[in-house]
Design a protein around this ligand. Sequence first.
Ligand code: ZN
Length: 185
Amino acid sequence: MKKVLEAALFAAGKHRNQKRKGVDGTPYINHPLEVAYLLNAVGGITDEDILSAAILHDTVEDTGTSPEELVSRFGEEVARYVLEVSDDKQLPKEERKRLQVEHAPHLSYGARLIKLGDRIANLRSVVSEPPAGWPVERQIRYFEWSRAVFKGLGPTNPPLEELFLREFDEGFRIVSARGGSSAVF
Ligand code: ZN
């Protein structure tokens, strides 16, 4: 418990100047907290290294936190999960997205859970607060890419998988309908 709360405090500090891409300007920290919450509340995960890594999952990629800092504060295991789910920012965006699909089957169990929670939380965000400037086509592509990552993850945690599929179906309908209404003419 202590480690998980410490991760929340650490991540909140690291993401303090960041907001989600949606027009609402939600503080960034809501996202990793939601991922950890889903793993625990829906997936029944209680492993504190996995929950801590879920809260820290974007700190290396998006805040420049070094792997060494994570190792010294939270241990090797947590750092390893975070690195497993972090993209190489040197690569172009499309290549990174392709690699996420390709790497999904080879991730550890903990990293697959975090990816799954991340996909659920991000699909929800695209539905409830679409990123500013994302046309419907891009929202649909994002859904399709998320499903490809989901398929790559394989069997992980039945309740989380069910939730992903439900959010996918409902969200895809809503997002597609946005296209329908703007394509009337
Ligand atoms: Zn994330």
